[in-house]
Design a binder for this molecule. Structure first.
Ligand SMILES: *Cc1c(COP(=O)(O)O)cnc(C)c1O
Length: 366
């Protein structure tokens, strides 16, 4: 089975320049979509076929479509950034393509070939390039996803799937300057357990997280922090972002630690990139295990200086305070930390082409 090429059938009625510019002036997140989308179909015995770039439009679906009932669905998230020279580039699309394959295997879906995944993203960004914002930290967020396309209520992997890429302009996550978030340690609900689907980017994980996010909000917190499902002790991640802990070392240098990938965490591409960028900047950067008691104690004794979360959507978000059923503390002085802000700047400079790209992560699209 060969990888299909994408047939270009864009809309003949794109938004006018004025309408698009009005949206780009204040895009928010995930509220507006570009003029086109890419769809590719997979059928058992035939593989991937009918790859098309078509006008952005609703999908018509049978009420017994399997995705609607049993949640056989996976997704990705990556960004296209306007570069310092005016061109456009995406950040590490092959890493997203590979993770999409890992997610597909876990949810018993067919794998999209890496070259088809990247070609679909490229085609959409090329076609809708005018939608890539050129201001500060704004970007064009790409959302590749796959759903089952078979009709029926029997529980089994579907024999037909749709791979789709849509794109949505995203404003700066912190338009008024970086603001630390407050987090709720979820000791009742868990996100994922070893052997489950925590390492797959699949809709069900998010459905299961909403009640804990609501609990966090009830306690006045912005985000939920997930603990391991067995001991309810080990820090896993924050909402849809991975976490980093910044420690002072005895010689005065800094070390950053992120929870190790135990099988129940989502292996973030931002997380992986920061392990390397931190080392480039001369910090020690490692994966490890951090408990809620470690977090509280090391914050109190002054060795844990900063905590931040990272992910494609928000890049880096400082954590300013922590709450649980029994505890409440301010992380450091509650303000964005020095290492946090330095890593944030370094990553954004790389993504927007204002700094060199020593790891070859940027994928230029002209
Ligand atoms: C997508 C996601 C992340 C962050 O991954 P990035 O590749 O850095 O965007 C972290 N945790 C969860 C649960 C996610 O779904």
């Amino acid at each position: 089975m060969t990888t299909p090429t994408i047939e270009l059938k864009p809309t003949s009625h794109p938004l006018s320049d004025a309408e698009r510019e009005a949206i780009l002036a204040s895009p928010g997140f995930g509220r507006h979509f570009t003029d086109n989308m890419v769809t590719v179909r997979w059928t058992e015995g035939r593989g991937w076929h009918d790859a098309q770039l078509v006008p952005y439009a609703p999908l018509s679906m049978d009420p017994a479509n399997m995705t609607l009932h049993y949640a056989q669905t996976i997704f990705e998230g990556l960004k296209a950034y306007r570069q310092a020279d005016g061109t456009v580039a995406t950040f590490r699309p092959e890493a997203n393509a590979e993770r999409f394959q890992t997610s597909a295997r876990r949810i018993a879906m067919p794998e999209v070939p890496v070259d088809l995944f990247i070609a679909a993203c490229d085609a959409l960004v090329q076609q809708d390039k005018a939608w890539v914002p050129s201001t500060g930290e704004a970007s064009l967020y790409l959302r590749p996803f796959m759903i089952a396309a078979e009709v029926g209520l029997g529980v089994k992997p579907a024999n037909e799937y749709l791979f789709i890429v849509i794109a949505s302009p995203a404003g700066a996550y912190f338009p008024g300057g970086v603001k630390p978030v407050s987090v709720w340690l979820s000791e009742e609900y868990v996100r994922a357990v070893k052997g489950g689907t925590g390492a797959a980017k699949t809709g069900g994980n998010y459905a299961a997280s909403l009640v804990a996010q609501a609990e966090a909000a009830q306690h006045g917190c912005d985000q939920v922090v997930w603990l391991d499902a067995v001991e309810h002790r080990w820090i896993e991640e924050m909402g849809g972002m991975n976490l980093y802990f910044v420690y002072a070392q005895e010689d005065g240098s800094r070390k950053i630690v992120t929870p190790e990938l135990t099988g129940s965490l989502l292996p973030g591409i931002t997380r992986d990139s920061l392990l390397k960028i931190a080392r480039d900047l001369g910090y020690e950067a490692v994966e490890g295990r951090i408990s809620t008691e470690d977090w509280k104690r090391d914050n109190e004794n002054g060795t844990l200086l900063e905590v931040f979360a990272c992910g494609t959507a928000a890049v880096i978000t400082p954590v300013g305070s922590v709450k649980s059923a029994r505890h409440h503390w301010t992380q450091g002085d509650g303000e964005p930390g020095e290492v946090t802000m330095k890593l944030r700047r370094a990553l954004l400079d790389l993504q927007t082409g204002q700094a060199p790209d020593p790891h070859g992560w940027m994928h230029p699209l002209g």
